[in-house]
Design a protein around this ligand. Structure first.
Ligand code: UFG
Length: 328
């Protein structure tokens, strides 16, 4: 087995996947522009290239020098709000650059790719839990930028034999259990890190975005999956491609949802801190409930979430934030 190229391996989900792959004995090489990633999230021993996925010469060097056999492609922009303001940036950075990357990989003889897609492709779902079969209808450029890539893969498979798995992530959360790496986004917009920053006293409190949703306590429900379980999904997807399984799209979640209030309650319990809560208006574009139907990934790839109960998610994230109050 040659190396696995991890684009975006210095990012949140990418760095945890690097850790899980290495623990299983895989050879990895990381390509990351460090626009949003962190050099320190990748261990010194891992071959690391700082650069862009659109740098065709660099991609060739990395593939040839490391005998790359397959790619896990995380590198992307992933802020929904930013995508509304700068749709062109998302279509360029995500869709166009992925198209170029895949064309280069195919030319170099690399035809296996695991791709980071998103629940944002579903838009405002009519039925939950959401199965992979329902029509996708993204309501922001971020979701559309990812759906276009998924669609392109069908044609690249027919024309050139690309073998691919697209993983539609629900809400990634938590941190490595050894405390070595965790979640740091600049700016931070996600619920769990923001609640924990409030617990650390770095913010006045946590604002609940909307209390009049059609859910049991009025706040939005999301399907939180531990980043280590999400990382494992990539490893299983790679193994499936290696055994020549069919290409395809899989949700990655747990099938279980928690409301914003439940997350805050659990964070208060885990931290032992009475985090101040302010109820505010809705944030635009938030669907009431997003929960994945997960039978497909459980049956076809054998994913079993091990760390995704809410308390383990929050306790691991808390350990990271407490030990790294200012991030990497
Ligand atoms: N929320 C708050 N207060 C905050 C931050 C978030 O109440 O300060 C709420 C949000 O309104 C939402 C829930 O907490 O109801 C979760 O919000 P996140 O921002 O943590 O996550 P999202 O569900 O909005 O976003 C995730 C991924 C995106 C992806 C999207 C798919 O992070 O990349 O799911 O819909 F696009």
């Amino acid at each position: 087995m040659g190396s696995i190229l991890i684009t975006g391996g210095a990012g949140y989900i990418g760095s945890h996947t690097v850790q899980v792959l290495r623990a299983q004995g895989a050879q990895v090489v990381v390509l990351d522009s460090l626009v949003t990633g962190h050099r320190k999230a990748v261990p010194e021993e891992v071959p690391f290239y700082q650069g862009d996925i659109s740098d065709s010469g660099l991609v060739r060097t990395v593939v040839e020098d490391h005998g790359v056999e397959a790619v896990i492609h995380f590198a992307a922009r992933s802020l929904v709000g930013e995508s509304m303001l700068k749709p062109d940036l998302y279509f360029y950075e995500n869709t166009a650059k992925t198209n170029l990357l895949v064309a280069n990989l195919l030319q170099l003889g690399v035809n296996k790719i695991v791709f980071s897609s998103t629940a944002a492709v579903y838009g405002l779902p009519e039925v939950v839990p959401i199965s992979e079969e329902v029509p996708t209808n993204p309501i922001n450029p971020y979701g559309l930028s990812k759906r276009m890539i998924e669609e392109s893969f069908h044609w690249l498979e027919k024309a050139y034999g690309l073998k691919w798995v697209a993983l539609r992530y629900f809400n990634a959360a938590g941190a490595s259990l050894d405390g070595s790496i965790g979640e740091e986004h600049l700016p931070e917009t996600h619920l769990i890190p923001l609640v924990l920053k409030a617990a650390l006293g770095q913010r006045e409190g946590i604002q609940v975005f909307g209390t009049d949703y059609n859910t049991m306590d009025g706040t939005c429900i999301r399907d939180y999956i531990h980043v280590l379980d999400l990382a494992e999904a990539h490893v299983l997807a790679l193994k499936a491609l290696e055994r020549q399984s069919a290409s395809g799209i899989f949700n990655v979640g747990t099938g279980q949802g928690y409301s914003v209030r439940e997350v805050i309650k659990s964070a208060k319990k885990v931290t032992g801190i009475d985090i101040p809560v302010v109820e505010g208006p809705r944030r635009s574009g938030d669907p009431d409930v997003l929960i994945a139907k997960v039978d497909k990934i459980e049956k076809a790839l054998g994913l079993k979430a091990k760390y995704s109960d809410l308390e383990t998610i929050i306790a691991s994230a808390w350990q990271w934030h407490k030990n790294n109050p200012h991030g990497y």
